[in-house]
Design a protein. Structure first.
Length: 286
């Protein structure tokens, strides 16, 4: 199928892109990797008046480690994230999650900012942003906003980004030395969106446990599993605590039923995958 007609713009600066978005008053779409938007255009599920192609804005790509966090430009390709030594050292959970994203051609074109802006709750990057307490920087005509995951994601495929705003950067806190991590997901076929996915990280500091857990595909937005984290932080990382945290995780999610799986099936998957992810993360923790 062919997409509907649209105007095409290829700005070379963030300021120019923001001005173009404002000109169309919400009837333009930014084009990043195009792995989600182009199929929507071809099936005419999206009918924007204009596409604002971000691929010529060099300042939107790149990875750098700053004091206490890693900053990733929104147009950084997923393949670059996957093989970045900075990400592997400071954010191994993000490296592992990236390997679950689609197939090689998708990761070669797809961008981290595009995935977050698309806001599919089954996707890996929203779950990692949620688990690690990361933020995104959004730039619009009124300046910049820094948004946590809970502020960015509103419901299925919907964010709080304004009509003239772009995600320009993603900031994730560096994982402590000795942290364990895992990303587990289940899909019917390799490369499909997850029916459920679990991001997990654990570490000890002076004998005190810190846990981070988030679920993908188990509700309209990625879900931070705080009550399950609290069990581990209170009771430790033994088998009983892990089983209790996994059971609590299944109670915390609010999945819908669809043609892929029932809500009950997704809750059970949440329990099973949380247990698996925690076992792997604990095994990796120093």
């Amino acid at each position: 199928m062919k997409p509907p007609k649209f105007d095409y713009h290829a700005p070379r600066s963030v300021e120019e892109a923001v001005a173009l978005l404002a000109r169309y008053g919400g009837d333009a779409k930014p084009l990043a990797g195009g792995q989600s938007l182009v199929p929507l255009l071809n099936f005419r599920l999206a009918r924007p008046a204009a596409l604002i192609d971000l691929n010529r804005i060099a300042s939107l790509a790149g990875i750098r480690q700053l004091d206490g966090h890693v900053a990733l430009g929104a147009m950084t390709r997923q393949r670059v994230v996957e093989f970045s030594p900075v990400v592997a050292r400071a954010l191994p959970l993000l490296t592992e999650a990236t390997r679950w994203v689609g197939h090689l051609p998708i990761r070669s074109r797809g961008t981290i900012g595009g995935s977050l802006a698309h806001a599919d709750p089954s996707a890996e990057y929203p779950a990692v942003l949620t688990a690690l307490g990361g933020t995104v920087v959004a730039r619009g005509e009124k300046g910049e906003r820094v948004l946590a995951a809970a502020e960015l994601f509103e419901t299925y495929l919907t964010t709080s980004l304004r009509a003239d705003e772009l995600i320009t950067e993603i900031r994730l806190p560096v994982m402590p030395a000795g942290a364990g991590w895992a990303f587990e997901e289940f899909a019917r076929r390799h490369g499909d969106f997850a029916i459920v996915g679990i991001a997990a990280a654990v570490w000890r500091n002076d004998g005190r446990v810190t846990a981070r857990l988030a679920a993908a595909g188990a509700g309209p937005v990625p879900t931070r599993l705080r009550a399950a984290e609290e069990i581990l932080e209170r009771d430790g990382l033994g088998d009983k605590a892990v089983a209790a945290a996994a059971a609590r995780a299944a109670e915390l999610v609010q999945p819908d039923s669809d043609l892929h799986a029932s809500a009950a099936y997704r809750r059970n998957l949440t329990r099973v995958l949380t247990g698996r992810a925690l076992a792997t993360a604990i095994g990796r923790a120093a």
